[in-house]
Design a protein around this ligand. Structure first.
Ligand code: UFG
Length: 328
């Protein structure tokens, strides 16, 4: 089976490419390398091109003839999306439209889409399940919600077109063999930020808000290891290849940790008592985001293997300590 992966040189995409290739799928990666890296592509050929370049995209799909496409390529930084909304609607929504157009022209009718818990905004019930209304509170979440709506309508128009949308919660950690991991210099994500602070790349870690309605006053998130996310993609792919119909699944462990708990575990794992500063809330942060994962467990038989914050942070720490030397 042949799978085309957009954004396959990025953090999550590269872990899925690894999992696909190691499970015996033939992979082709399509990535503009705006945030991805050539060295992240452990398997398969890399086509360096943008999804706005429909001609190259079409040529690539016509030549490769994928059985399914996995679509990771997107911009993902929430605060940036508030500053630069058009970048997000262009990269995430319009570029997905381009991909869907070409898929239709080439009769490729199976897609796995990287969606996000950000589509829920501030959910009323926690844990949040897939039936909760989509009510994003930033352009990033809105750009992904729009794509989900387009996909739903495409399926309604043509029942042979089927997709799985995976709504990721807080993805973290790195490949256990330390070959790939998150590699954004200016990462804004909590775990990466904490570890870079432990390494001395930042003077201090700021905790954004200590007055939330949570036990210790800081926000709670459902942190999930990137290899468990990769497994969910393989299962979603098997489901679609087995003639499964369009579905949306949450990808999270179903429980969460506060910012303080993540900071304490990061200090424990690294053995470094890095400086922490408590500051005001960051705009657009929901107090608690935890997945109800009943549907993916039942629908895809997904069983997480790395549901352990310490393990997640250990793999990320090992990676933080190896990649700059190896690749910069
Ligand atoms: N945080 C800090 N200090 C930091 C960085 C983060 O206190 O330096 C806090 C945030 O305020 C938030 C929590 O840590 O309360 C997690 O923040 P992240 O930036 O790591 O992640 P988000 O929850 O904001 O967003 C992430 C992804 C989104 C995805 C979302 C789904 O970036 O793409 O998870 O839960 F939509």
């Amino acid at each position: 089976m042949k799978i085309l992966i957009t954004g396959g040189a990025g953090y999550i995409g590269s872990h899925v490419v690894k999992a696909l290739a190691e499970a015996g799928y033939e992979v082709l990666i399509y990535d503009n390398l705006s945030t991805g890296n050539k060295w992240s592509v452990l398997y398969g050929e890399l086509i360096v091109a943008d999804l706005s370049d429909k001609e190259t995209l079409k040529k690539t799909i016509v030549k490769f003839k994928p059985d399914a496409i996995m679509h990771f390529a997107a911009s993902i930084v929430v605060p940036e999306s508030v500053r630069l909304p058009l970048k997000y609607y262009r990269n995430n929504t319009i570029n997905t439209l381009n991909l869907l157009d070409v898929m239709l022209q080439c009769e490729v009718k199976k897609l796995i889409f990287s969606s996000t818990a950000a589509v829920y905004g501030m959910p009323e019930a926690i844990p949040v399940d897939e039936n909760a209304p989509m009510n994003p509170i930033n352009p990033y979440g809105a750009s992904k919600m729009m794509t989900e709506m387009i996909l739903r309508d495409m399926h309604l128009a043509d029942n042979d077109f089927n997709y799985v949308s995976l709504r990721y919660f807080n993805v973290a950690g790195a490949d256990k063999d330390c070959r790939i991991g998150q590699a954004y210099k200016e990462s804004t994500h909590l775990i990466t930020r904490a570890l870079k602070t432990a390494k001395g790349q930042f003077e201090k870690l700021q905790i954004f808000g200590t007055d939330y309605p949570t036990p210790d006053g800081t926000c709670i998130r459902d942190y999930i290891h990137v290899d468990d996310i990769a497994d969910a993609h393989i299962l979603a792919l098997k489901y679609l290849l087995d003639k499964g119909k369009s579905e949306v699944f949450n990808c999270g462990y179903g429980h969460g940790y506060s910012v303080r708990e993540v900071v304490d575990t990061s200090k424990k794992v690294t053995g470094i008592d890095f400086k922490v500063e408590e500051t005001g809330r960051r705009e657009g942060d929901p107090p608690i985001l935890i997945a109800d994962n009943t549907k993916i467990k039942q629908g895809l038989n997904w069983e997480p293997k790395y549901d352990d914050l310490e393990y997640i942070i250990k793999t990320a720490w090992k990676w933080e300590n190896s990649y700059p030397e190896k690749y910069s």
